[in-house]
Write a new protein. Structure first.
Lengths: 226, 89
């Protein structure tokens, strides 16, 4: 590899690590700073909200692992990585936790309408497993795009419904949630389809960090955590 | 009057105990909580199981008082409700 290219790859990976660190730190701070509120209230909405951010942190951990493998072993796609188990396993876990993070965040907003004795969430676990299995079995970028489009339509419909039911309240949290979902899906596509976002990667990192930091700010402000 | 949610009812019961110098008998507590006796029993059991209240036997009578966790719940109640509202949970 020419020296300039090697230097560039190192810088790109360094940026990736910093980006992941910010997202994982934000997610874990949100998860731990809301622990007492859940323990005191046993409120389901808070429980699902916290878990969503735990899953975001786990998904980002596996995302970084995948990026590390792609960058340091010069593998074009994670499924091509040998030893054969590590590539598919990390992709499976990344997709599973990614889907769960989205579903849990949606569920935290929608649980009052969807909850059937708390069993509704198992449907989303099943859906997340199916998405993760399809992601490792399929090698077609179009199928990946299809899955993300399905997730996006699903999310958009639910966010729209919730927005309509909460109209009149002076609250713009739905805009932040929607941005979070859009950028999360772009983050997934960044892993699944190589070079999909190369030109706008830095922009994706900056906006994703901005979204997570704004949620963290709101959480810290509301919980009174320091 | 709007229907109270579960958190609000829990807060109301704990606040009644606190207002009575952290010392109240079950019957007046049930009356002041504005709940049917069945629902009051359910909440009473839940609050005891969660460690928010404890029963003390004194002079052959049962008294109810808040635990440290119960006081903490009252202290954090507004923050919890604001958080739920802010994030539409």
């Amino acid at each position: 590899m020419p020296r300039f290219a090697a230097h560039w790859a190192q810088m790109a990976f360094g940026t990736e690590v910093l980006y992941s660190f910010i997202i994982i730190a934000c997610s874990l701070i949100i998860y731990f700073s809301t622990k007492e509120m859940e323990e005191l209230s046993s409120y389901k909405g808070i429980k699902y909200f916290r878990k969503a951010f735990l899953f975001f942190a786990l998904a980002y951990f596996f995302r970084t692992l995948i990026k590390f493998i792609l960058s340091f072993f010069s593998v074009p796609r994670i499924l091509d990585y040998s030893p054969k188990l590590l590539g598919p396993l990390s992709l499976f876990l990344f997709m599973y936790f990614s889907a769960l993070a989205i579903f849990y965040l949606l569920y935290s907003v929608m649980w009052k309408k969807l909850d059937t004795n708390g069993k509704g969430i198992y449907f989303f676990h099943l859906l997340a497993i199916i998405i993760a299995i399809v992601s490792i079995l399929s090698r077609n970028p179009l199928i990946y795009l299809g899955i993300q489009l399905f997730l996006f339509i699903f999310i958009f419909a639910i966010v729209l419904i919730s927005y309509k039911t909460s109209r009149g309240k002076n609250n713009n949290i739905y805009k932040i949630y929607l941005l979070l979902f859009i950028f999360w899906i772009l983050n997934i596509l960044d892993i699944l389809v190589p070079n999909f976002l190369q030109t706008f990667q830095m922009l994706l990192y900056i906006i994703s960090c901005g979204v997570f930091l704004s949620i963290l700010y709101k959480v810290v402000k509301k919980t009174g955590s320091t | 009057m709007a229907k109270r949610n579960k958190l609000e009812i829990m807060k109301d019961i704990l606040a009644i105990i606190q207002k009575n110098n952290n010392n109240i008998k079950p019957t007046p507590l049930s009356r002041k909580s504005n709940l049917s006796s069945t629902r009051f029993k359910e909440y009473f059991l839940e609050l005891t199981q969660k460690g928010f209240i404890k029963e003390i036997n004194r002079e052959n009578s049962n008294f109810i008082s808040l635990t440290e966790k119960g006081f903490r719940f009252l202290e954090r109640y507004k923050t919890i409700v604001n958080f739920i509202d802010e994030f539409e949970l």
